[in-house]
Design a protein around this ligand. Structure first.
Ligand code: LLP
Length: 427
């Protein structure tokens, strides 16, 4: 469910026409719907209401300050993986006592910063990291709260690059090692074990891997308690999948129905770190067609956005629905796609201007005829779109708009050529 809709063949975000927004702000342009973000956040909160739950929005999915601040107003905490993300969350008004910090490679500076701001907890990924946090916390005469990230060796059936809970992944510690860490805990003085962390992957479309992961840690929870650790939290991470192509994503309620009784049974509260589920379908990338081109048997639609603006198709072979912003006047409702569209169409690659053959948004996609100057919307681009954008080919990054009803906030200005070289020097 989102608030991008065609009305009489024209695409709207909430109450605003995409064509008008693109005319005013230029392209490529990211456009987000605030109402979609808030509703997804609320859907998670409501689904998991059966157990004490802290929803920490995963900043990496989309770290724009306006979005973070919208979520903070809804009561979100934040899941960060770097000092920069913590800085952003705090700049958006986050309560540090609702921030959790994950990642296998936290630097001393990042740990110091998080200790100084008194974040809620560190999701710790190795003994070496734990020792280091203990040393830094002791030096500050403070105690750091810890959730040990476990690697439960479950397969979430998603793309290998976004699978994190299998034993060959760099994340977390396996259950055997986790018990050794418990045995050595007495060597530490400034860390308190308050929970476990279990993020197993992203774009997960099944409930079972979560259930399997929880089942596998039962013995470990008992081992913690037997050694006197007052475990209060299970952090299940994020990973809830969304619709890209097929309507195969599970509603939050289904995850909740399976997870809540288990977490309650373990006598713990729940931390969730959803990113994609909240912002994924809340954003589109709008791009203008520059040229049409044919080469051999192939047809190309060349547009002004590239892989530097949205890298998901080439990095993960990800499917994003693409449709013209203005289409046949009889179209109303959600974006059509190649499987539902009955009108005229061409099979084409949708590509960008970047000098790489991997610079594409779609290959052999069936699209209605488009011409130079037409606008295309790339859907479900709210998560891991702008946040993974780069300046490759010295391309200024796009502007970002946050639409709320009939208002559009210019959440990020488009970069300029001057921005590209602002921090550089010649000799
Ligand atoms: N918590 C932790 C510890 C994570 O590593 C992640 C994502 C999340 C939460 C949020 O996961 P989500 O709810 O968004 O699935 N760039 C990739 C996705 C990378 C996910 C990395 N970790 C993509 O575009 O598909």
């Amino acid at each position: 469910m989102d608030y991008f809709r065609y009305v009489d063949g024209r695409l709207l975000c909430e109450d605003l026409q995409i064509e008008e927004l693109a005319a005013r702000h230029g392209t490529p342009l990211y456009i987000y719907s605030r109402r979609t973000i808030v509703e997804h956040f609320q859907r998670i909160r409501e689904a998991f209401a059966g157990v004490e739950t802290l929803v920490c929005y995963s900043v990496k999915a989309n770290s724009n300050l306006a979005l973070l601040s919208a979520m903070r107003r809804e009561g979100a905490g934040f899941d960060v993986v770097s000092g920069g993300e913590l800085f952003r969350a705090l700049r958006a008004g986050a309560d540090p006592a609702r921030c959790v910090f994950a990642g296998v490679g936290k630097t001393d500076e990042e740990i110091e910063y998080a200790l100084e701001r008194r974040i809620f907890l560190f999701n710790v990924e190795s003994w070496a990291e734990l020792e280091n946090i203990d040393r830094l916390a002791a030096a500050r005469k403070t105690t750091a709260q810890i959730a040990l990230r476990l690697n439960p060796d479950v397969d979430p059936s998603t793309h290998t690059y976004i699978t994190t809970g299998k034993k060959e992944n760099k994340f977390g510690v396996d259950l055997e090692l986790a018990v050794h860490i418990l045995d050595r805990w007495k060597e530490l003085s400034a860390v308190r074990l308050v929970g476990i962390h279990l993020h197993i992957g992203s774009q997960i479309l099944k409930v079972e891997p979560y259930v399997d992961a929880l089942a596998k840690v039962k013995g470990f929870l008992a081992a913690c308690r037997a050694r006197g650790h007052a475990l209060a939290w299970i952090d299940m991470g994020g990973g809830f999948g969304i619709f890209y192509k097929d309507r195969d994503a599970r509603p939050a309620r289904e995850f909740a129905d399976a997870v809540v009784p288990l977490v309650k049974g373990y006598g713990c509260g729940l931390i969730l770190e959803p990113g994609r589920f909240i912002v994924g379908n809340a954003g589109i990338l709008v791009t203008r067609v520059l040229y049409l081109k044919e080469s051999g048997k192939k047809k190309f639609v060349i547009c002004d956005a590239g892989m530097n603006d949205l890298i998901r198709p080439t990095l993960y072979s990800a499917y994003h629905r693409i449709w013209p912003v203005r289409t046949e006047p009889q179209v109303s409702g959600p974006a059509p796609d190649e499987s539902t569209w009955k009108g005229p169409s061409h099979v084409t690659d949708v590509v960008g201007p970047v000098c790489e053959s991997g610079d594409f948004f779609a290959k052999d996609r069936s699209l209605p005829p488009v011409g130079r100057g037409d606008l295309l919307a790339v859907f479900s681009a709210g998560a891991y779109g702008f946040s993974m954008a780069s300046n490759y080919n010295s391309r200024p990054r796009p502007a970002e708009l946050l639409v709320s009803g009939g208002e559009a906030l210019l959440a990020t200005e488009r970069e300029t050529y001057e921005d590209l070289v602002r921090r550089e020097r010649t000799n």
